[in-house]
Write a protein that binds this ligand. Structure first.
Ligand code: FPP
Length: 224
């Protein structure tokens, strides 16, 4: 049985769900947040140590302002109402991405990270304003600036995922098969599972099915 230490998820399909059920993309994001909470609970139950969620990409800035504002408002309400609860549950929240938001949100994100910094049960990495290509260029730039030797170990030191083990698996919901500039470096040897369901329809049973599938596969890492 393969142990599972780190699950990464591209939570795709909120917009389509919202349009289909409520004629509003934003309603899909609101519903998607409920799935986030379910999956966090189930991740803890499965004793998984890292959960990385793609919440907003560097490309998502191209969306209408109304949708962007809605997403960040949702995040703000979520953090304000849940961070103490996450803290009590021994969960650490880490933002991976480039913190270029409103002053108010930047402050809230930093406070949430600080508050939960020492927690050990589960680390949730929220990818916000995250783009993998930019992350890699940025890491390489800093490595060169510091005159560090160019090698894998040093590259890892400059990535936003420093000190975080690579994901064992990536799950993408929403019936689309692409990586969308997510963790391109870190996913080099991860198992990838594409799920047809839209993110708001994805549930604990679907998640456990994928986790169980992963536990049974043979991972070779290039060997035979
Ligand atoms: C992708 O679906 C989803 C997003 C860009 C946002 C993800 C946000 C949530 C799950 C809810 C908020 C989460 C937090 C932590 C506050 P899409 O909009 O691209 O869907 P589509 O492919 O159907 O258009």
């Amino acid at each position: 049985m393969n142990p599972i230490n780190h699950v990464a998820i591209i939570m795709d399909g909120n917009g389509r769900w919202g349009l289909k059920h409520k004629n509003s993309r934003n309603a899909g994001h609101k519903e998607g947040l409920k799935t986030v909470e379910k999956i966090i609970k189930e991740t803890i139950k499965n004793k998984i140590k890292y959960l990385t969620l793609y919440a907003f990409s560097t490309e998502n800035w191209k969306r209408p302002k109304k949708e962007i504002n809605y997403l960040f408002d949702l995040l703000e309400v979520f953090l304000k109402s849940k961070i103490d609860d996450l803290n009590k549950q021994n969960i650490r929240l880490k933002i991976i991405g480039f913190k270029k938001f409103s002053k108010k949100l930047n402050k809230l994100l930093e406070l949430s990270e600080k508050k939960t910094f020492k927690n050990k049960k589960l680390q949730i990495n929220l990818a916000l304003n995250y783009g993998s290509k930019f992350e890699i260029v940025n890491a390489f730039k800093n490595l060169c600036k510091n005159n560090d030797k160019i090698n894998l170990k040093n590259m890892n030191k400059y990535l936003l995922t420093k000190n975080i083990p690579d994901p064992d698996m990536l799950i993408r919901t929403g019936n689309t098969k692409r990586l969308s500039n997510f963790l391109l470096w870190q996913l080099a040897y991860s198992e990838i599972y594409f799920e047809k369901k839209l993110w708001p329809d994805f549930n604990e049973k679907d998640y456990n099915k994928i986790l169980n599938k992963f536990k049974k596969i043979k991972r070779n890492f290039g060997k035979i």
